[in-house]
Design a protein around this ligand. Sequence first.
Ligand code: HEM
Length: 367
Amino acid sequence: MLDAPTAPVDPFATVVRRIDEPGTGAALRAAGPVVRAEAPAGGPVWIVTEAALARRVLADERVVKDPAFAPVDWNRWAAGLEPTAAEQPSLTTLDGPAHAALRKAHAPLFGARRMQGYAGRIAEIAREQLAVDGTVDLAADFTTRFPLTVICELLGVPADRVDQAVEACAGMGSYGPAEFAKVLGSFAELAAAALEAGGGMAVELRERVPEGMTDQELSYLLFGLIFASQITTDSALGFLVASALGDPSDDLVRDVLRRHPPAPYTLWRFTRTEVDLDGVRLPERAPILVHLAGINAAGEGQGLPFGAGPHYCIGAQLALVEMQVVADVLAADFPDARLAVPYDELRRVDRGVQGSRLVELPVVLRG
Ligand code: HEM
């Protein structure tokens, strides 16, 4: 058995880079299919950098999401962990059959055909929110507000609560017990408003979840959908608009997801038992991440921008529709749109597991 090579770079450092400047992916990959780094919460983390191994790890029943299996000395808040599955059952904390049952409850809500059916309405929202005169920084508001407006409408959260959703998502940036309780309270209000208003997917989900799920647990599921849709699509839309206006391609959506994957890493996983990964031995409770960005950048097929295995992104079809719609609306309704700075001057901030996003995206949309 081998020890994994040590990462030659700090994969978790927050670094501002030029929009197309390579990140840490190539250096990590060159070090090996599994590399060891110092985790932000202390101790080792094993990072998988190779596509075939990543797919195997993401489908391995011995590698679980439940934070109950995190290293015992990890501080939950420093590590940015969710509650355990026992404390808070959800798509991102459960594993195995309990996770499969919850996926089954969600699946019909986010299928490809159903998402395509919303494309017209999503285009209306894009048109409305992009109709701004003068120079505007789309990364300051639009890329956050647009996906939140869409997910709120789909779930049935009343439109006058989108500002609250924007604020609640911003509150996820500072993670501590008091902050999390406060932010979760705000998300719970959004969930309650959707369930009370009716007519959206929140009510549908309530009818579909496994028997015995409490209102609080349902509320956490809705929080998961709202936050997961914002943090990723926010990043994706910034890179999409920048590329559409500054570095266009024939397959814009796929190219943007490959070159600027909004989720550069999977969420944390942990070994339930000792595991051998291509000859590298991992102890029990070993934290594992898959470096999706490096795998995508290496250009193996379409890469893995939405992950793989049982936890594959449930919102992938919605995200693809939102991105295509924004690209189409820009081209059709804003033919004079342009970047207000040269493309190469755009900067992104890489924030390790928190993902990457453009620092600013100044554009002139019309005139
Ligand atoms: C471009 C946009 C998006 C990207 C790149 C993305 C990426 C991902 C990735 C990589 C995972 C798997 C994480 C892991 O295995 O640890 C994931 C899971 C998930 N995503 Fe997305 N996502 C996007 C948009 C969305 C949207 C719009 C929603 C809202 C419905 C959403 C909801 C979720 C949820 C709930 C999970 C957890 C699924 C599970 O564990 O079973 N995502 N996403």
